[in-house]
Design a protein around this ligand. Structure first.
Ligand SMILES: [Zn+2]
Length: 345
């Protein structure tokens, strides 16, 4: 996804938390820095991050049929996957109704082969969300007051090492990038037709950017080099974000933000979301026509999506879940703070 779409998803996720009873101090932290989403949520795709040797490179999780040993490990039967994804996700409802992918498709093992170890979406989302829980403990006074745990960790840290609100917000927004990317069907599909610049991936992302328009471009939300006070206020940014729902056919009225089920973590959630995204890619470009081994096959945006009803359906499902998953994982990070620290022995 491109910068405008990432900014919109992050700010829409703050608004969803605000509207659906997300922790009010989390909403305050992110809302006060909403305009900075245009920076934080974009860092993983910035040229500087890529050329700087950052592990943010290759944040994809592209699957293809797996024919190695013990394939059972890489099978996600439809009913099992949908149960794990849960009813709140639009991808669940969409895939439940789908009959384009037959039982043979679902019975097949699929595996992602990251280009470099650890450099993939579930890993990046897991790593950042885990680190954020630690950074929240080590906050400065203003962070501690939002977290509401007193100055417990003040004794362990020098003040320059303490996490500030701005830094936290930037990391929350970075995290939203990886979560949103896992909802992009081309990021879960190893076929050449889903690579950037092969006629589908780039064009689809440009279409989303156009939908949220220049209002979510970096300079529209924050003035380069200006003090944070030059940002548009959080409430205004959230209202702007809600205003784009119609463009994607979104209706969050009935949405609830689930907690991560017991025994699950961000890694497992993202692996499943990527599998669902891969299923969407396989609906857009059916493997019977565009084989998984066919490097020459192309499913151009203009041919398979543009102007067709399926584009509207896909946009709604993808954007709903990009926003919901972001709010879900943020909420999970913040909920970790609810646990009372152990009494010193
Ligand atoms: Zn990205």
């Amino acid at each position: 996804m491109k910068q405008e779409a990432h900014s919109w998803i992050a700010i829409r996720a703050i608004a969803l938390l605000a509207d659906k009873g997300g922790n009010k101090n989390l909403v305050r932290l992110l809302g006060d820095h909403a305009c900075e989403a245009s920076v934080g949520a974009w860092i993983p795709d910035s040229t500087d991050a890529k050329s700087g040797g950052s592990a943010t490179e290759n944040h994809i999780f592209k699957m293809k049929p797996f024919r190695g040993k013990s394939p059972d490990r890489f099978v996600a039967e439809k009913n099992v996957l949908l149960k794990r994804l849960g009813p709140a996700r639009a991808m669940s409802a969409y895939l439940a109704d789908d009959n384009k992918l037959d039982p043979d498709w679902w019975a097949q093992a699929y595996k992602a082969d990251p280009m470099k170890p650890g450099q993939h979406l579930p890993n990046r989302a897991m790593a950042l969300s885990t680190m954020l829980k630690d950074l929240l403990l080590l906050g400065d006074e203003s962070v501690d007051s939002l977290v509401g745990r007193g100055r417990i960790f003040d004794a362990y840290t020098v003040s320059d090492a303490q996490t500030r609100q701005e830094a936290l917000a930037a990391y929350f927004f970075m995290l939203s990038h990886f979560i949103a990317d896992s909802c992009m069907p081309c990021h879960g599909d190893a076929r050449n037709l889903s690579a950037y610049g092969k006629g589908l991936h780039k064009q689809w992302e440009e279409h989303w950017s156009k939908a949220v328009a220049a209002e979510f471009a970096k300079d529209a939300l924050i003035n380069k080099g200006a003090a944070p006070s030059a940002c548009i206020p959080g409430d205004e940014a959230m209202e702007k974000a809600r205003g784009k729902d119609k463009k994607f056919g979104l209706d969050f009225d009935e949405t609830t933000i689930p907690s991560l089920p017991k025994g699950r973590d961000v890694w497992l959630e993202m692996v499943d979301v990527c599998r669902a995204s891969f299923a969407l890619a396989s609906i857009v470009a059916p493997p019977a026509k565009y084989g998984y081994g066919d490097t020459k096959a192309r499913a151009r945006f203009d041919a398979v999506l543009a102007g067709k009803p399926i584009l509207k359906e896909m946009d709604r499902v993808i954007m709903h879940d990009a926003v919901l998953n972001t709010a879900m994982v943020w909420k999970n990070v913040w909920q970790a703070l609810g646990k009372k620290p152990a009494k010193p022995k």
